[in-house]
Design a protein around this ligand. Structure first.
Ligand code: FMN
Length: 336
């Protein structure tokens, strides 16, 4: 991260991501993913080369009610910076009140979730429902801008269904109320995650708004960030699912952006060392029992494509402590 000099206008452009007075370098963002982009995984992705990491969504109502689980989601540390904390909520008031806590927790920016389609979030009137009711969505973003001393960004989808292009009007208004950047997930709510993301929407948005656009959806390999920037002119690229079990992906993407040789994936033993490090950090953050439960899911990602992966994943069911995991991983690596 480079903090640009106060007053010096550093412009964003294709592959150049400047949010407020922060230049995000490389312009590669770990996208918010509930259940994944907690502090330990964000740290791994920062080390792996991400220029900006985003927390999983945090309920503004949960913060209001001082819910302990919600408060744990706000934890940040200096080594992962710059870090964005993402809020979801349904009214300007509840969102406004959440800002103070996120800033105190160390957020370098606050992201508003305007794209989540999961029933729990939708039925609470938040996420994509803010696109369904754009006036309320814009009022929510304006309230955050009003409350925050750090930049406010918004993450959204293209619209509710296939041909719905409401992202354009909404983005223009978001820029007018002072939002500093928009991450566009190039799929509609109806398309969920399965259909191919249509990057032409990202290109269209870049043409229309003067604030930086971060392209998201379907970037899989290290080389895809460079391709997305080339095809759309976006300022930065957000990786979601492709980063799971692959925090080094950002270093590969950064090398491709610099037109350097892309480093190969780590070998199986190196991947297992990263997985163990992940487990240790999760244990510190959540306690060992919860951490080992989470690691069952994470190991499925880390072992993708590795030899004897299925057997290792099955054995994960009997892992309840860090010690068990270390033993399992040691035996696996020895047998390679
Ligand atoms: C497990 C999971 C959890 C997610 N949680 C969030 C979230 O909390 N907030 C959000 O804005 N998007 C969330 N997303 C959407 C991602 O940030 C991203 O937009 C989506 O996965 C598309 O990018 P990709 O094709 O690179 O995976 C989530 C996606 C997944 C797979």
């Amino acid at each position: 991260m480079t903090r640009t000099t106060e007053g010096a206008a550093v412009r964003h452009g294709p592959g150049r991501l400047v949010i407020g007075n922060l230049e995000i370098n490389p312009p590669l963002v770990l996208g918010p993913m509930a259940g994944h982009t907690n502090l330990p995984f964000r740290l791994l992705c920062h080390r792996g080369g991400a220029g900006l990491v985003v927390s999983e969504m945090i309920s503004a109502k949960g913060l209001q009610y001082r819910n302990k689980k919600t408060q744990l989601l706000t934890k940040t540390c200096p080594q992962e910076r710059p870090v964005a904390l993402q809020l979801f909520g349904d009214t300007p008031e509840v969102l406004y009140n959440g800002v103070c806590e996120l800033e105190a927790a160390g957020a370098d920016m606050i992201d508003l979730n305007m794209g989540c389609c999961v029933p729990k979030v939708r039925s609470a009137g938040a996420g994509i429902e803010l696109m369904a009711d754009p006036e309320r969505g814009i009022a929510c973003a304006a309230a955050l801008v009003d409350a925050a001393s750090v930049p406010v960004t918004v993450k959204m989808r293209t619209g509710l269904a296939g041909g719905d292009m409401r992202y354009i009007d909404i983005a223009v208004k978001l820029a007018e109320v002072g939002v500093s950047a928009i991450a566009l997930h190039a799929r509609s709510a109806e398309q969920k995650m399965s259909e191919k993301a249509d990057w032409s929407h990202i290109a269209r948005l870049v043409e229309v708004v003067s604030i930086p656009v971060i392209g998201n959806g379907g970037a899989v390999s290290g080389g895809d960030a460079a391709v997305m920037i080339e095809q759309t002119g976006c300022a930065g690229v957000m990786y979601g699912r492709a980063a799971l079990g692959k925090p080094w992906l950002f270093g590969q993407a950064a090398a491709a952006l610099e037109r350097c040789a892309v480093p190969p994936d780590p070998n199986a033993a190196e991947i297992m060392a990263i997985a163990l490090c992940h487990a240790q950090m999760l244990a510190l953050h959540y306690g060992e029992r919860v951490a080992m439960h989470q690691m069952r899911g994470q190991m499925a990602h880390y072992t993708r494509g590795l030899p004897h992966a299925l057997q290792l994943r099955r054995q994960m069911h009997s892992v309840h402590a860090l010690h068990d995991l270390k033993q399992l991983v040691c035996e696996y690596v020895k047998a390679l």
